[in-house]
Design a binder for this molecule. Structure first.
Ligand SMILES: Cc1cc2nc3c(=O)[nH]c(=O)nc-3n(C[C@H](O)[C@H](O)[C@H](O)COP(=O)(O)O)c2cc1C
Length: 223
C-alpha cells in the first residue's frame, strides 16, 4: 500500500469485527509511528493499549457512569469551542446528520443518538483500545507533534489491513480510564482510539465524509 492509498482508505470506522489483533502487530505499528517528527525530537507521546478483561471492565464502568453521573465527567482540556460559527458549525452538523441518517435515526430520536454515541465506550466493537497521554507540563507545540504521531498510527494500521477510530469521547472519562490503566496524575488523557478489522457490512461504515478542496483553504503566493 502506498501513502496515498493509505490516506484515501483511512476513515473513522464505527463498527469492527471481534477478530483479535496480535500484540506484535500493534507494537510494530507504534514503532513505525514513532518515526513522526517532533520539536527537538521530544517524542511527547505515551500510549496505553488495552484488550480483553481490562478493556471490558473499563467499558462497563464508563457506560455505567455515563448513565448515572454524566455531568461529573469532564475532559482535562478543551477540544471544541464554546461558540460554534461557520464553516465549522455546518461541517459538524453534517457529519452527525449523515451518520444518524445512515443508521435510520430521525432528528428527534435523541435516545437513539445517545445510544450511538455510547458505542464509543464499547470501542465500536473493536478488540483493541489505545489511549494517548501527554505530560501535563508540556506545551501546545508538543500537542502539535502528537497529532502527527496519531495520524501515523492510523495510516500504518491501514498497511496492516486494520482500521481505526480516533476518539475524543474518551477524555471526559479520564478518571475512570486512569484508574483501570494505572495512568499517573501528571499525564493528561488526550485521546482514545479503537483499532481492529472493519466490519464491512455495518451501515455506520458507509459514512462518506467530505473535504473542502485545497483551493478553498490555500493561498499560493509568488507562483
Ligand atoms: C482527535 C479526534 C477525535 C475524534 N473523536 C471522535 C469520537 O470520539 N467519536 C467518533 O465517532 N469520531 C471521532 N472522530 C472522528 C471524526 O468525526 C472524523 O475524523 C471526521 O468526521 C472525518 O471523518 P473520517 O475520519 O472518516 O475521514 C475524531 C477524530 C479526531 C481526529
Amino acid at each position: 500500500m502506498d501513502v496515498i492509498e493509505a490516506i484515501l482508505s483511512r476513515r473513522s470506522a464505527r463498527a469492527f469485527l471481534t477478530t483479535s489483533v496480535a500484540k506484535e502487530t500493534i507494537a510494530e505499528i507504534l514503532d513505525l509511528s514513532a518515526r513522526a517528527p517532533s520539536g527537538t525530537n521530544m517524542q511527547p507521546w505515551k500510549v496505553y493499549v488495552v484488550t480483553g478483561g481490562v478493556k471490558e471492565a473499563l467499558t462497563q464502568e464508563t457506560l455505567h457512569c455515563r448513565e448515572t453521573e454524566n455531568e461529573a465527567h469532564v475532559p482535562e482540556y478543551k477540544y471544541y469551542p464554546d461558540e460554534w460559527d461557520e464553516p465549522y458549525l455546518s461541517r459538524r452538523k453534517k457529519i452527525g446528520l449523515d451518520l444518524y441518517s445512515i443508521l435510520g435515526l430521525a432528528r428527534e430520536n435523541r435516545e437513539g443518538m445517545r445510544a450511538q454515541q455510547g458505542r464509543n465506550y464499547e470501542f465500536f466493537g473493536a478488540p483493541v483500545g489505545l489511549f494517548f497521554t501527554i505530560d501535563k507540563h508540556l506545551e501546545i507545540g508538543s500537542w502539535l507533534d502528537y497529532g502527527m504521531f496519531i495520524e501515523n498510527i492510523m495510516l500504518v494500521a491501514r498497511e496492516k489491513g486494520l482500521h481505526s477510530c480516533p476518539q475524543a469521547a474518551w477524555p471526559s472519562y479520564h478518571r475512570i480510564v486512569r484508574k483501570h490503566l494505572h495512568i499517573p496524575q501528571d499525564e493528561a488523557v488526550i485521546c482514545g482510539m479503537s483499532l481492529g478489522y472493519l466490519d464491512e457490512g455495518a451501515p455506520e461504515n458507509r459514512l462518506e465524509t467530505e473535504r473542502a478542496p485545497a483551493s478553498e483553504f490555500t493561498e499560493f503566493i509568488g507562483f
